[in-house]
Design a protein around this ligand. Structure first.
Ligand code: LM2
Ligand code: CA
Length: 479
């Protein structure tokens, strides 16, 4: 289902990739609630196989389940449960990345983060338990033009569960319903493309309603967003999944990156959304980058913008959060050069917590894009304009655009050249703080201001030499 179950006007989640549960609980209380984030996507919660690669544990070991016990490098069940409670208490929902297409790779005897053992060559995972007849055959995925191959064979050698089996379905459902009872609001369904929609339908239908003890409305259903990489031209289409819940729109990520890299002109964004061949907005789950494609995994290749191209990245995020299309997720990363390396960890492999600097940014190897002013203030912008549509589109015919969101927000972008002119902001008369160049603190703006007259016009100044190519004002940032 498509309702995120977020509080009030909140309507963006952040992926706190590889964060520990205790740190996420702290982040909900000290930061996310105040900036208007509506939820957190957390890394997989169930026990995974430990993979050691040279000096580190790769981030992708978490995509190799060995049991459904809630013990990972992010913490144990008690810590997870406490986190969900603490975040829900401040109106920040938790969405779990659930991996049930497969178990571990085929690499002999494997050991898990909770002490479990698995025998991947004989497909025996006693801590679940799963045995060889719960799995599809040993074939590898080799042909994306063949849906049977894509769904019934092994993705990069990962032991492929047969979700057509009643026992497998029941076991997966017990895991998902346990998470619902602990208070989560929904799921990112990993590798949904590699599972049959009919099987997923049965599984979703067996999910419990959300736990009313955590503030969810009676009868509320879990939000489902399914990871289906479909850039076109393959046997499996996103269309097969949209009746079941939201679906990742990977074309969005690739195209927005291409545009803000400067490979296309902003003026062509005038029909952004379905007009660019994306799925219908109501189904689309969108992001500028995700944990895979920011490091060359998944889809999108060199088009993808990340924290490494900070100015263009912030512009793309601002555009995503200013525009009404889709359901949005902000990425929050750790620094990396090696695309396989895991999160900051000590010599025993324990994840190191992010440090928090006086200026709100992070240390200890964490990027914390979600703490960048330009990003969290656009989360606030998106909350302020919720329910409005896009109007008063303006463009210089090249790399400059501007638009309003009803009478609640106005945003301007320049990816080349300076804007200096009166523009229709659609806002009531008054003086507004540009939430990109500054913050509104105790009634004063630390950045640029825009004064809007009775006719809605204001003088917009956005020079090429500024740190950011965006100006954004909204109804909740009025002086
Ligand atoms: C996903 N979505 O559908 C995740 O977003 C993605 O991060 C996962 O792949 C993938 N599905 C499976 O859950 C990652 C990573 C792979 C990695 C797998 C499993 O992108 O590179 O594969 O997790 O850990 C790794 C090795 C690969 C090896 C495999 C099995 O990179 O070379 O294949 O493990 O041992 C022999
Ligand atoms: Ca499969």
């Amino acid at each position: 289902q498509y309702d995120t179950n977020m509080w009030g006007d909140r309507n963006t989640m952040v992926h706190l990739f590889e964060w520990k549960w205790n740190d996420i609980a702290d982040e909900c209380e000290r930061f996310l609630q105040y900036k208007g984030y509506g939820g957190v996507q957390v890394s997989p919660v169930n026990e995974n196989a430990i993979v050691t690669s040279g000096t580190y544990r790769p981030w992708w070991e978490r995509y190799q389940p060995i049991s459904y016990n809630l013990v990972t490098r992010s913490g144990n069940e008690q810590e997870f449960s406490n986190m969900v409670r603490r975040c829900n208490n401040v109106g920040v929902r938790i969405y779990v990345d659930v991996v049930f297409n497969h178990m571990t790779g085929n690499s002999g005897t494997v050991y898990g983060t909770g002490g479990s053992i698995g025998y991947s060559d004989s497909k025996y995972y006693p801590a679940v338990p799963y045995g060889s007849n719960d799995f599809n055959s040993d074939c590898g995925i080799t042909n994306y033009n063949d849906a049977i191959n894509v769904r019934n064979c092994e993705l990069v050698g990962l032991r492929d569960l047969n979700q057509g089996s009643t026992y497998v379905r029941t076991t997966i459902l017990a895991f998902l319903n346990k998470l619902i009872n602990l208070g989560v609001a929904g799921f990112r369904v990993d590798a949904a493309k590699h599972m049959w929609p009919g099987d997923l339908e049965v599984i979703y239908a067996g999910l419990n309603n959300l736990n009313t003890d955590h503030g969810f409305a009676s009868g509320a259903r879990p939000y489902i967003f399914q990871e289906v990489i479909d850039l076109g031209g393959e046997a499996v289409s996103f269309n097969e999944y949209t009746h079941l819940g939201a679906v990742t729109e990977f074309k969005y990520s690739a195209e927005i990156g291409r545009v803000f890299h400067g490979y296309d002109q902003l003026t062509w964004l005038s029909n952004w959304g379905e007009g660019w061949g994306f799925m219908a907005s109501e189904y689309a789950f969108i992001f500028v980058d995700n944990h895979d494609n920011q490091r060359g995994h998944g889809a999108g290749g060199s088009n993808i913008l990340t924290y490494k191209n900070a100015k263009q990245y912030k512009m793309a995020i601002a555009f995503m959060l200013a525009h009404p299309y889709g359901s949005t997720r902000v990425m929050s990363s750790f620094y990396f050069d090696d695309t396989e390396a895991g999160p900051p960890a000590d010599s025993n492999g324990n994840i190191i917590s992010p440090g928090i600097n006086a200026d709100e940014t992070c240390s200890n190897g964490w990027v914390c894009e979600h703490r960048w002013r330009q990003i969290y203030n656009m989360v606030g912008f998106k909350n302020a304009v919720k329910g409005t549509s896009l109007n008063d589109w303006w463009s210089n015919g090249a790399q400059q655009i501007a638009f309003c969101r009803g009478g609640s927000g106005f945003v301007a972008f320049s990816n080349g050249g300076t804007i200096a002119q009166n523009m229709q902001t659609c806002l009531p008369a008054g003086t507004y703080c540009d939430v990109i160049s500054g913050n509104l603190i105790n009634g004063a703006c630390t950045g640029k201001t825009v004064t809007v007259g009775d006719n809605g016009y204001g003088y917009i100044s956005l020079s090429d030499s500024e740190d950011d190519g965006v100006l954004a004002v909204h109804i909740n940032a009025r002086l």
